[in-house]
Design a protein around this ligand. Structure first.
Ligand code: FES
Length: 459
């Protein structure tokens, strides 16, 4: 059962449900950190912006289920990006993330973040070699990084790579602060207002109660493009699910950690009120692929209690992250044919810094300003051509799941997005769709899109 540490006693803001027709310059769909930060930056510029969130409060979905790490050290990334992009573009990726983080931290509330160092660590010889390659990329790109074998972890590491002076946040506090700033700057925010229809040519969206928002520009911060926008973008994204647990701890770490071995583990601490917590996670798999997810929680729980000597974790939650084939998020115009339609998705597991980057790029592009990193993050960039086979494998995966579901899960409810059979997830007690990652609660209500309509449940 989902029980995120970040949603305990978190102060969230619930706004009115949209119940009339409104006009705006920019309509943002999705009230996670991307939508909130974009709304804040746009409202600060004097743009008339409307933010629509399907849930009862903003920032309680993916943002409220993240690790809370805010860093440009996105796992092993720079050595991989150099295979796809020029040195200049890879450095732009680093610098854009770094600048977006630092700009946001200047305005963030003091109690929503803390400065820490980010570490990649390895406990095996192959892991050490992976870090050495990443370190080589840091040197080539002039990214500051420190090679070390000294960490706070209670076991030896074969090598670690430290990026100093990054940050970690309480994600719901952090996002709620920016939502308050957006509201003060004049943004209109509506909760319980799920968008069920998008009319691009006529420039309006309808919410589930048929309220209408007419826009000049539309920004989709919903992870996956919502149901009414179908197209190649759905073949470019694969979705991963991973797990997090939190227990009370005796002390706080000065860094946050990520292992580079294939079964990666993430580690950080957090002070909530006066209580220190230890947060541990990992065990990534393709979303919707696994029924017995409880075993992932159990494995992590055993490791956490044995290795770090912490009590039974009262908080267990999972997160879902879309990935692009070339590892860089899609942020910008969704296609050249639809110049007023923008998207932000494909953050992998680095949604917090990517959300801030998205806010900066989208608030520039929707007000006809250039952004120096827009070409790199553009959803229309040509790297997809180079990754065509990977894209095809995503199509193949969806097709296989569509067929397999009808053969093996006849009784499972049919996803209301494009009709794949869902799969019961026993750990989180949800119906998960393996095709594009829609999720439904046990009663069939949508938790996560692209689906916008509930499941038709058999009695
Ligand atoms: Fe696309 Fe279920 S999410 S078919």
């Amino acid at each position: 059962m989902q029980n995120s540490l970040w949603l305990q006693n978190a102060e969230t803001i619930s706004s009115d449900t949209l119940s009339t027709s409104v006009d705006c310059d920019v309509c943002i769909v999705g009230g996670g950190l991307s939508g909130i930060y974009t709304a804040y930056l746009l409202a600060k510029k004097g743009v008339n912006v409307v933010l629509l969130e399907a849930k009862s409060a903003p920032a309680i979905g993916t943002t409220g289920h993240s690790t809370g790490k805010l860093t440009p050290q996105h796992g092993v990334i720079y050595s991989k990006l150099l295979k796809f992009f020029s040195t200049e573009d890879v450095y732009t990726y680093y610098q854009t993330n770094k600048n977006a983080i630092e700009s946001a931290l200047k305005v963030a509330s003091d109690d929503s973040f803390e400065r820490v160092d980010s570490y990649l660590y390895a406990t095996t010889v192959p892991g050490k070699q992976t870090i050495e390659k990443e370190l080589y990329a840091y040197k080539e790109l002039n990214i500051p990084g420190v090679e070390t074998t000294e960490t706070e972890l209670p076991f030896d590491v074969t090598l670690a790579l430290k990026m100093e002076n990054t940050a970690q946040i309480h994600p719901t506090k952090f996002a709620t602060h920016f939502l308050n700033l957006a509201l003060k700057e004049g943004a209109a925010v509506y909760t319980n207002s799920r968008v069920t229809k998008v009319e691009i040519d006529e420039k309006f969206v309808l919410t589930e109660n048929d309220s209408k928002v007419t826009f000049k520009k539309l920004v989709l911060c919903t992870h996956y493009p919502i149901e009414s926008i179908k197209g190649l973008i759905t073949t470019k994204l694969s979705i991963d699910r991973s797990y997090l647990l939190a227990s009370q701890a005796d002390n706080l770490l000065k860094g946050h950690y990520l292992s580079v071995e294939s079964s990666s583990r993430t580690i950080r601490t957090a002070l909530i009120g006066d209580t220190p917590y230890f947060i541990y996670g990992g065990s990534s798999h393709i979303a919707g692929e696994v029924e017995n997810t409880q075993t992932y929680y159990e494995t992590l729980k055993d490791e956490m209690q044995t290795t770090f000597n912490v009590p039974e974790p009262p908080f267990l939650w999972s997160a879902q992250d879309p990935n692009t084939p070339d590892l860089v998020p899609y942020i910008g115009q969704i296609s050249e044919d639809t110049p007023d339609l923008y998207i932000a998705t494909g953050y992998r597991k680095w949604g917090l810094s990517s959300s801030l980057v998205a806010g900066e790029i989208l608030s520039s592009l929707t007000t006809n300003e250039d952004h120096q990193a827009a070409h790199l993050f553009s959803p229309t960039r040509d790297q997809f051509g180079k990754n065509f086979l990977k894209g095809l494998s995503t199509i193949g995966f969806v097709t296989a799941n569509l067929a397999e579901g009808y053969l093996t899960r006849m009784e499972a409810p049919k996803c209301t997005h494009l009709g794949c059979k869902t799969r019961w997830n026993d750990g989180d007690e949800t119906w998960d769709c393996p095709c594009h990652g829609s999720r439904y609660d046990k009663n069939g209500n949508v938790i996560e899109g692209p689906a916008v309509y509930p499941l038709k449940m058999k009695k």
